[in-house]
Design a protein around this ligand. Structure first.
Ligand SMILES: [Zn+2]
Length: 382
């Protein structure tokens, strides 16, 4: 059985319904040199940006709808061979780009992934999540050559936050003096992490998150097209809330789960976040040492986000509201709200926010987790 790919092949519309308004606001005739699309991770920015790149490279002079999916430009793009499209994405995101022979490429990719997690040096693992300097340099250098097909050139960079500072400086220079007919599509989950000097040279587009009904409806349609994935509606909803209402993140995690790719980073992070939640549900009785040991290998940013959601829900319950992320755990949260000290909870929240500033480059994640979870325990101690 072949692994399923993401996003599933779809030709009707690659733009998620909640991003349609944003799409319609774009003027392809007078497009800015650089745009920065920002918004929560998993709301569909990447798929949106890929479709946008395709539209900007579409060569049809007649079609009102872009991309036309008929012309040579669209064809080259769909097969992953457009010479004027340069995606700068880390290895971990490359599979999300259009490519012709994905399946034949898969075994090689798989073995590389499974080796990566266990034996690889931590630095190598980090490298996979970064955009390499060499790539950035050669991409920027290639801009001077000009367009191969005589139209636009499009450079897509995601996630912009993961660009090393030397690469960011190279990028900045191109943004200051943009080569002719070159369009930069930059993507960031956290716009506050983007260098202000880069930000100020881009038109900013904010990608919204759908409301729950719309997001779930979209997910149902997507899952309907992948009959191999069998998952109860209740489970989809639970995962949906767990992922902070980001439909693409849910779909990706369901596909990863179906592919039973235990090494998959997201699957691992979800499993770790479950353990983390079970532990935090213990309040004062949390075994923070053991918990940190169990979860510290998962993505640090993911763990921090889980903690933030939990604390946010706890705060809401203390104020008499309904939890947003973990409505199923309302009774646990109510129980915890009896002993939680609001001032200490606020301090813990501040520590989490502080930690998120270095979430992509955590030093000694395990020690930091121990410190955070121990602080969490104190929230419930008199
Ligand atoms: Zn076209």
């Amino acid at each position: 059985m072949n692994d399923l790919m993401f996003p599933p092949e779809q030709h009707e519309s690659n733009i998620a319904p909640w991003l349609k308004t944003l799409w319609c606001s774009l003027d392809f005739e007078r497009f800015p040199n650089a745009i920065l699309i920002h918004g929560q991770s998993g709301v569909g920015k990447f798929a949106f940006a890929v479709e946008l790149a395709k539209a900007l490279l579409c060569e049809s002079p007649y079609s009102a709808e872009k991309p036309c999916n008929q012309c040579d430009g669209c064809h080259w793009f769909s097969t992953g061979n457009h010479p004027d499209f340069t995606p700068l994405v880390p290895e971990t995101h490359r599979k999300l780009l259009p490519q012709a022979d994905y399946e034949s490429d898969e075994p090689a990719k798989k073995s590389r992934t499974s080796r990566g997690e266990d034996d690889a040096e931590p630095s190598e693992k980090k490298e996979r999540k970064n955009i390499s300097i060499e790539e950035t340099r050669s991409a920027i250098e290639s801009l001077s050559i000009g367009s191969h097909r005589g139209g636009n050139r499009v450079i897509l960079i995601y996630p912009l936050e993961m660009l090393r500072s030397d690469s960011a400086n190279t990028l900045l220079k191109s943004l200051e003096e943009p080569p002719e007919k070159t369009i930069f599509i930059l993507l960031a989950d956290r716009v506050d992490r983007v260098l202000p000097t880069i930000r100020s040279r881009c038109r900013l587009l904010s990608a919204p998150r759908p409301d729950q009904a719309e997001g779930l409806a979209w997910l149902k349609t997507q899952l309907g097209a992948i009959p191999e994935i069998k998952v109860a509606d209740g489970d989809v909803e639970a995962i949906y809330n767990e992922q902070g209402g980001a439909p693409y993140a849910v779909l990706e995690s369901l596909i990863a789960r179906h592919n039973k790719d235990e090494k998959d980073e997201l699957t691992m992070s979800i499993a770790a976040s479950r353990i983390l939640l079970q532990s935090m549900a213990q309040g004062a009785r949390i075994n923070w040492l053991e918990t940190a040991e169990k979860v510290h290998k998962a993505q640090y940013a993911f763990l921090l986000a889980t903690m933030q959601r939990w604390v946010s829900d706890l705060q809401i319950v203390i104020e008499g509201g309904v939890p947003r992320y973990y409505p199923k755990h309302i009774n646990t949260l109510k129980g915890l709200s009896q002993t939680a000290q609001t001032l200490k909870l606020l301090q813990f929240w501040k520590s989490l926010v502080q930690s998120r500033r270095s979430e992509n480059h955590p030093l000694a994640a395990r020690v930091q987790l121990e410190a955070l979870l121990s602080q969490y325990q104190q929230v419930f101690e008199a």
